[in-house]
Design a binder for this molecule. Sequence first.
Ligand code: 5GP
Length: 177
Amino acid sequence: MAVIKVHDKEFETYLSSESIEKRVEEIAAALNKEYSGKQPLFISILNGAFMFTADLFRHLTIDAELCFIKLASYKGMKSTGKITTSIGLEEDIFGKDIIILEDIVDTGKTLHGFLPKLFHQQPNSLKIVTLLHKPEATEYPHQLDYIGFAIPNKFVIGYGLDYDGLGRNLKEIYQLK
Ligand code: 5GP
């Protein structure tokens, strides 16, 4: 098992790039099936979901639109509890089939702050796809329609996820040692 150091902390390999790739393909296949004949709009939440989004998109065979928004409640390893939006949603989502793409759902606070704004615009449907989910950390429960991996309540980095700005480029997912 590989151990790496990022800033002041040590992390060890938790999910291999192969297992992530396989799971991403499975999720894409399920979405291709579920949304066959439709044209959903994916809303990807930056920064963390960029890599997951790019890999998932490569495996979509349906017509699909994509936009990015930026929300954050995290600084370092802790959620600050305050959701800030620095890139908002410009698309009109009325009547559309919306699929939210998240890197990780932890407490659920980010979605809790953001979902009402979406429902207010009356999409036709709304589903949530998250690569990672920490069930033990849930404070705000949401229906998560597709979960890549349910993981323990430990801080992770890699595959888009950072620790204080670093680690996003790692192909694997690493867990705090
Ligand atoms: P929530 O609002 O559900 O508590 O947290 C969602 C956001 O917090 C994620 O999109 C992600 O940016 C950040 N986050 C939560 N857990 C982790 C983690 O273990 N590692 C990293 N790097 N970010 C996390």
